[in-house]
Design a protein around this ligand. Structure first.
Ligand SMILES: [Ca+2]
Length: 413
């Protein structure tokens, strides 16, 4: 069965972002390429830092860490806070390439470490890499312990370094403050390891997300859409062809993905569902869709500039957020009533006991309500008080153990 997920897809309209972006360090910026990463405080931050290209997984610039005498850690204490609170059920991805292991003679397993200042845990990958053996992309689950067992997946396992109590791991995951990586392998200082794309994303068979940007031309009365795939895997080697991406524009036409952005023009006003399928060989790995609609302005703009990319376009383009999961046309949850006034009940059915979180996001992308609940299996409901919400359209996002799904909610006063 082909598993189909809705992933974190957001529509960008000029400066309007409809969904907060999960942290993703791609080290691609031409200046301050390390972003919020830096050496750990003394005496643990003895690393050399450089940047190189290209990561063969996506053709982009990457981080180069070199070992130096003493503790050799490089960390980010800004972007990966409260991972469990914010992204439970998603995965922490990272790309690794071993350049030099100081002839350690030992198998090397890529790892990443998180901490909340009290406890720290390391996710170690099962895969063994050797110098020059190529890039690997690892995903670590952002999950809590289950029956005393720390989370693991097909890529590897979490180990708590500072305690044997799983509750300490859970607390650390919920209140994480720092993510750290290290090139240290041996007591000598020749080790060099490359890192890239340290990103929080849904753990699905999909390896990439996409963004959809739309704009409207008052000159030609057409809408333009651009699909950009985030962190696509572009490699293709004999016997391992790598994924391909097909974009269905929802108007009867489709395109093969062109790196980095594939454009399309709509000449007829209407509602369109854009879907991106990720294929491996002839089989589809997953498909994500996003629906938008536009309505041309009845009063042509006096501006000579053909493309409007400011919030004022809201008068020209009516954007309806309609994020959907296409899972055999089955909804993961129901909103009752919808439209709603004072409260709305989110009804879902769970296969097992799990923590689910719900977010209510307004059209500006702001999270206006957030709630997490530990629910039993079976038919469950979560009541949301929306008494104080303004009238309008919102997205209700439900995050469960292994997926995110969202639906449109209309608040009518
Ligand atoms: Ca990169």
């Amino acid at each position: 069965m082909v598993r189909i997920y809705f992933l974190a897809i957001y529509l960008l309209l000029g400066c309007l972002a409809l969904n907060a972006q999960a942290p993703c360090s791609d080290f691609n910026a031409s200046s301050n390429s390390g972003g919020n990463w830096g050496p750990s405080p003394a005496p643990n931050g003895n690393v050399s830092v450089n940047f190189g290209s290209a990561n063969t997984l996506d053709g982009s610039q990457y981080l180069i860490l070199g070992d130096q005498s003493g503790g050799s850690w490089y960390q980010n204490s800004t972007d990966y806070r409260d991972l469990g609170k914010r992204f439970l059920g998603q995965c922490l991805f990272f790309d690794v390439y071993l350049k030099n292991d100081s002839d350690s003679g030992q198998p090397y397993h890529p790892f990443i470490t998180i901490s909340n200042g009290v406890h720290n845990a390391t996710f170690t990958a099962n895969v063994t890499i050797t110098p020059g053996s190529g890039w690997v992309r690892i995903k670590a689950p952002i999950q809590l312990s289950s029956s005393g067992i720390l989370p693991s997946n097909s890529d590897g396992s979490w180990v708590l370094n500072t305690s044997t109590n799983p509750a300490d791991f859970d607390n650390m995951m919920m209140t994480s403050t720092t993510l750290a990586i290290s090139p240290d392998i041996t007591s000598t200082q020749q080790e060099i390891i490359y890192f890239d794309n340290i990103c929080v994303k849904p753990c699905s068979d999909c390896t990439a997300d996409f963004t959809l940007d739309t704009s409207f031309s008052t000159v030609t009365n057409t809408a333009n859409a651009n699909v950009t795939i985030i962190n696509p895997i572009l490699y293709s080697t004999p016997g391992n062809p790598g994924p391909t991406y097909l974009i269905d524009w929802g108007d009867g036409s489709s395109s093969n993905f062109i790196y980095p952005t594939t454009p399309h023009t709509y000449s007829t006003a209407g509602t369109y569902t854009v879907c991106v399928s990720e294929n491996q060989g002839k089989s589809s790995k997953c498909k994500r869709c996003f629906t938008f609609c536009y309505r041309p302005s009845v009063i042509p703009s006096k501006e000579s500039s053909p493309v409007i990319k400011t919030p004022s376009t809201m008068s020209e383009i009516e954007t309806i957020i309609k994020e959907e999961i296409r899972n055999n046309e089955q909804k993961d949850f129901f909103l009752v009533p919808n439209p709603a006034n004072e409260y709305v009940e989110l009804q879902t059915t769970l296969a097992g006991r799990e923590v689910v979180s719900v977010r209510l996001i307004d059209v500006s992308g702001k999270v206006v309500l957030e709630k997490s609940e530990n629910l039993d299996s079976g038919r469950q409901s979560i009541k949301l008080n929306i008494e104080k919400m303004n009238q309008g359209t919102y997205v209700v996002e439900l995050k469960s153990k292994d997926k995110i799904s969202s639906q449109k909610l209309i608040v009518s006063k």
